[in-house]
Write a protein that binds this ligand. Structure first.
Ligand SMILES: C[S@@+](CC[C@H](N)C(=O)[O-])C[C@H]1O[C@@H](n2cnc3c(N)ncnc32)[C@H](O)[C@@H]1O
Length: 284
């Protein structure tokens, strides 16, 4: 990300979620604010021809992954909420709209993002007439240079109670050391009943040419947007690390598992394909 500029990949992800609302049926991720969040000009442009919102490389696979991860995170949050968790921290929130459309009683939401992106989002909210609910707290943090735990505590996150975290579309832009540090912070800041959903790029091994080509094409695009990928992990390394941090019930989904769970019996071909994985882990 260029200093002083909002995240361009946050806009790209928001565009795919909005496109999903307009062209895919049935919806995998229902987000009635996704199109509005694009801003008036882009929303009109997209409504006029929703196919314009498709990625150039592997459009359906890309959109499927992005909507699956939001759906998985919100399903897991709902599970945590039903067990009594009342704090939700959205790490690297981008243009995520959960806080503005949710109606779960007593749930406090904390949106963490790099300060420039957060300012840009708040200006966008004001422009499109979406009000900031009282249940939401903005926490400007740069994971690379600031101490997340301190900022969350200052913002009012109560680490003596369960906290659920989502961390979507962020880990791959950080170094391995920052990823481990962030997960350690999450582990320290929640209690049983809380947890995390996040996605990561699995290190591409073996002969899966399709995964290799997709990973390379995507890496080129995000690098061109000024936000290069900086980490990928073997799934076993992630699992071992999460266990060491005290997480249990680890559910790490690859493309086949996501397709079986969220994209079965469709006739439009919307399906995940690639090396991105989405993992949910619960505090022990
Ligand atoms: C691809 S976007 C994903 C946004 C959102 N989670 C979503 O799914 O729509 C990546 C997000 O990570 C944030 N981000 C990247 N590096 C960061 C850092 N070092 N500190 C804080 N946020 C960061 C960006 O500002 C951006 O909002």
């Amino acid at each position: 990300m260029k200093p002083g500029e909002p995240s361009r990949t946050a806009m790209g992800v928001a565009l795919r979620r909005a496109t999903h609302q307009l062209i895919d049926r049935p919806l995998v991720f229902d987000d009635p604010l996704a199109v509005t969040m694009l801003g008036e000009e882009m929303a009109q442009w997209l409504r006029a021809d929703p196919r314009r919102g498709e990625a150039r490389v592997a459009p359906r696979a890309m959109r499927a992954f992005l909507v699956a991860r939001s759906r998985i995170a919100e399903d897991a949050l709902r599970r945590a909420y039903d067990q009594g968790c009342r704090q939700y921290v959205v790490l690297g929130a981008g243009l995520d709209t959960f806080a503005y459309r949710q109606a779960l009683a007593d749930l406090r939401v904390f949106e963490v993002d790099q300060p420039w992106t957060q300012q840009w989002k708040r200006a966008r909210l004001a422009d499109v007439g979406i009000s900031e609910p009282g249940s939401l707290t903005f926490v400007p943090v740069d994971f690379e240079t600031e101490i997340l735990a301190t900022q969350l505590q200052r913002a009012g996150v109560d680490a003596s109670r369960p906290v659920f975290f989502s961390w979507l579309g962020v880990s791959m832009y950080l170094t391995e050391a920052v990823v481990w540090h962030t997960l350690a912070t999450v582990a320290a800041m929640t209690r049983s009943g809380g947890g995390i959903t996040f996605d990561y790029g699995a290190t591409v091994t073996g002969n899966n040419i399709s995964h290799r080509l997709m990973a390379a094409a995507l890496a080129r695009r995000v690098a061109a947007a000024g936000e290069p990928f900086r980490s990928s992990f073997a799934p076993q390394v992630i699992a071992d690390h999460l266990h060491r941090l005290g997480f249990i019930g680890i559910d790490d989904l690859d493309d086949d598992a996501m397709n079986a769970r969220y994209f079965a019996n469709r006739d439009d071909g919307l399906a995940v394909r690639g090396s991105g994985r989405i993992v949910t882990a619960w505090a022990g």
